[in-house]
Design a protein around this ligand. Structure first.
Ligand code: ADP
Ligand code: MG
Length: 354
C-alpha cells in the first residue's frame, strides 16, 4: 500500500534468531568502514501479525542497527502474542475466556496500554471504532466462508455482545475485568500501529534514531535522516485513488517524527451477491463498510493513526473532521474511488503533488 521511492541499500530478513549471525556477517563487512563512514541505509524485514514489518534505519554502524532490530522484532512478537485474534493462546483470547469475570485479572503492560487507547478512541469516535467488535468480525468471517450475507437476527445477536462499558481497566493495579459474557475483543484495527510505535521506541532506546517502521501500511517515523529533507513515502492505496499523480501514487515528505496509517478494503473485502463489503464493519449497523474505500491518517502516534483510519472508514466526513479535531496534529486523506485527488481533512503534512 505504501512504498519508499528511495532504493534500499541493504535487505536482509532476520525472521529468526538463527539468522542473526548471517546478518552480522553482512553488517560486519559493511561495518569495517561503516562505523566512521557516512550514514548507511539498513533495511530489515520481519513477518508478524499477518504482514511483513520493515525496519529502515540510517546509521553509521549497520551491525548496531541489526542488533537493535532484533530487539524491536522481539517486541513486535510479544505484542502479537498479547493481541492476536487468530492465536487461541494469545493473552487477549485467554482474557476473553474469563468473561464474565467476578474479579479483575492481571494483564501485561502492553495489553493494558493498547486497550486503554482503544477505549479512548472508541469514546472519541462515538463508537465508530469499537474494540469489542469481535463477535461481528467472526460472524462476517463465517458468512464469507458460506458465501452469504449475515441475517438481521445474527447481526443483532452479535451486536448485543458488544460494548466497551463491560471492560474495566485498573491501570495502577495492572488488571482488566470483563463483565459481559460472550465479549470478543478484536484489536485488529489498532495493534499494528501500536506495534510499529513500540518497535520504533526500542530502536530509539538503542540509539538508532533515524528509523522508520512499516507494518504493512501502518508506519511509524522517527527523526528523519539528516540531509535528505525528510522521510519520502508514496501513499498508494491499491486499486483506489492511485491515478491521482503521474506516477500512480501520492508522494509525501515527512520532515518530523510521527505516524501514518492506511485503512481500506483493497486487499480485504467480501463480495456477496455482486456487492463489495469491507473487513471494516460499522458497529452501529453491523454491516461492512461499502467499498471500495481507503483513508490515510497522519497522527503523532502509530496506534492513534491506525485506529483513527479504521474509525474514519466508518464515519461521515463531518464526523471524521470532528474526530480529527480531538487528536491535535492529526489529519487525513480520503481517497476517491473514482481515482480523483484525495480529499484532505486537516493539515496533512508534506504533500508534494496533489
Ligand atoms: P488493516 O488491518 O487492513 O490494516 P484496519 O487497521 O482498518 O485495517 O483494521 C481492520 C481490522 O479491525 C478488521 O480486520 C477487524 O479485525 C477490526 N475492525 C473492523 N471494524 C472495526 C471497527 N469498526 N472498530 C474497530 N475495529 C474494527
Ligand atoms: Mg486501523
Amino acid at each position: 500500500m505504501m512504498s519508499h521511492y528511495a532504493p534500499p541499500v541493504q535487505i536482509s530478513r532476520p525472521d529468526t534468531l538463527s539468522k542473526v549471525w548471517k546478518i552480522s556477517l553482512i553488517f560486519g563487512l559493511l561495518g569495517i568502514w561503516g562505523c566512521r563512514g557516512p550514514l548507511q541505509k539498513v533495511e530489515l524485514e520481519h513477518a508478524a501479525m499477518g504482514t511483513r514489518f520493515r525496519i529502515v534505519s540510517y546509521h553509521r554502524d549497520p551491525q548496531k542497527v541489526g542488533r537493535a532490530a532484533l530487539l524491536a522484532m522481539e517486541k513486535i512478537d510479544r505484542i502479537e502474542q498479547a493481541c492476536s485474534d487468530w492465536n487461541p493462546d494469545s493473552e487477549i483470547r485467554q482474557l476473553c475466556r474469563t468473561a464474565p469475570s467476578a474479579n479483575p485479572v492481571s494483564a501485561s503492560g502492553d495489553l493494558i496500554e493498547i486497550l486503554s487507547l482503544a477505549i479512548e478512541i472508541s469514546r472519541e469516535s462515538a463508537g465508530a471504532f469499537d474494540p469489542t467488535i469481535g463477535p461481528l468480525v467472526r460472524l462476517w468471517r463465517r458468512c464469507q466462508q458460506a458465501g452469504r450475507l449475515p441475517r438481521p437476527d445474527e447481526l443483532q445477536r452479535a451486536r448485543r455482545a458488544m460494548g466497551i462499558e463491560s471492560i474495566i481497566i485498573d491501570v495502577d493495579a495492572g488488571t482488566v475485568q470483563l463483565l459481559r459474557e460472550g465479549i470478543g475483543i478484536d484489536l485488529g484495527g489498532i495493534a499494528k500501529g501500536y506495534a510499529t510505535d513500540a518497535a520504533l521506541k526500542v530502536m530509539e532506546a538503542q540509539g538508532i534514531e533515524h528509523t522508520l517502521i512499516d507494518g504493512g501500511g501502518d508506519i511509524s517515523l522517527g527523526v528523519p535522516p539528516p540531509g535528505r529533507g525528510g522521510w519520502r513515502l508514496e501513499l498508494e492505496p491499491n486499486g483506489i485513488g492511485g491515478g491521482s499523480s503521474s506516477e500512480g501514487g501520492i508522494r509525501v515528505i515527512f520532515d518530523d517524527r510521527g505516524a501514518v496509517a492506511t485503512s481500506g478494503d483493497a486487499s480485504r473485502f467480501v463480495e456477496i451477491d455482486g456487492k463489495r463489503y469491507s473487513h471494516i464493519l460499522d458497529p452501529a449497523t453491523g454491516w461492512g463498510v461499502p467499498g471500495p474505500h481507503a483513508v490515510t491518517v497522519h497522527a503523532a502516534e502509530g496506534a492513534i493513526a491506525d485506529a483513527l483510519a479504521t474509525a474514519i472508514s466508518v464515519l461521515e466526513v463531518e464526523q471524521a473532521k470532528s474526530l480529527l479535531d480531538s487528536f491535535p496534529g492529526s489529519s487525513a486523506l480520503l481517497f476517491d474511488p473514482a481515482g480523483g485527488p484525495p480529499r484532505v481533512l486537516g493539515e496533512f503534512p508534506g504533500m508534494t503533488n496533489h
